[in-house]
Design a protein around this ligand. Sequence first.
Ligand code: HEM
Length: 195
Amino acid sequence: MPTPSTPSPPLRYDRVARALHWLIGLALLAQIAFGFLLDEIAPRGTPARGAVINLHKSIGLVLALAIVLRLAWRLRHRPPPWPAAMPAWQQRAAAWGHRGLYLCMLAMPLSGYLASNFSKHGVRFFGLALRPWGPDLPAVYGLFNGLHIATAWLFLALIAGHVLAALKHAWIDRDGVFARMGPPLSRNKAEEDPP
Ligand code: HEM
C-alpha cells in the first residue's frame, strides 16, 4: 500500500514510449502497405521500378534506426504494472504478443537489408549508393526475400491481434489498459513526475 513517502507506480507508459509507439506504429503500417503495393505502383521492368524500390529500402532503413531506439528505450524503462484485475493468462499473452511484435520489427528491415546485399542492385539510400557487401546470389536473395514476405504476413497477424486486444480493453473491459499507451500529447504530472 503506497504511503506519502513511497510514490505509487506510474499508470501509463512515459511520454517518449507513447510517442515512439504511435509514430513507429503508423509508419510501419504505411511501410507494409507500400511494400505490398510495390508491383502496383511500379511494375517490374518499368523505368520507375528502381526509384520506387529504393524509396522503400531507404524508408525501411530509417525505420530500422527508429526501431532500435525504441527497443533501447523499452529495455531501459520498465512499463507500468498491469491492472490487478487482469487475468494472468492475458498478461502472459500480452507479453508474448509484444515480444513477437518487437521480433517482427527487427526481422522486417534486417531481412530486406540482407536480401538487398545479395543482389547486384544493393541499396541507394535516398540517392546515395551503398555498395552491396555480398555477391549477387539470386538463391540467397530469394531466401531473405522469402523471409521478408513471410514476416510481413506474421507481422500483420500480430498487429491485428494487438489492435483487437487494445480495443477490447478500451470498449469492453474499460480497465485503463488502453489509456496506458494513449496519445503522447497529454501529460499527467502526477503520473510521471515522482514528487
Ligand atoms: C522496416 C520495415 C519494412 C517493412 C514493414 C517492409 C515491408 C515490405 C513488404 C510488405 C513487402 C512486400 C512483400 C511481398 O512482395 O509480398 C516488401 C518488399 C520488399 N522490401 Fe521491404 N519492408 C521493410 C524494410 C525494408 C528494407 C530495409 C529493405 C532493404 C534495404 C527492404 C527491401 C524490400 C525489397 C527489395 C522488396 C521487394 C521484393 C521483390 O522484389 O518483390 N524492405 N517490404
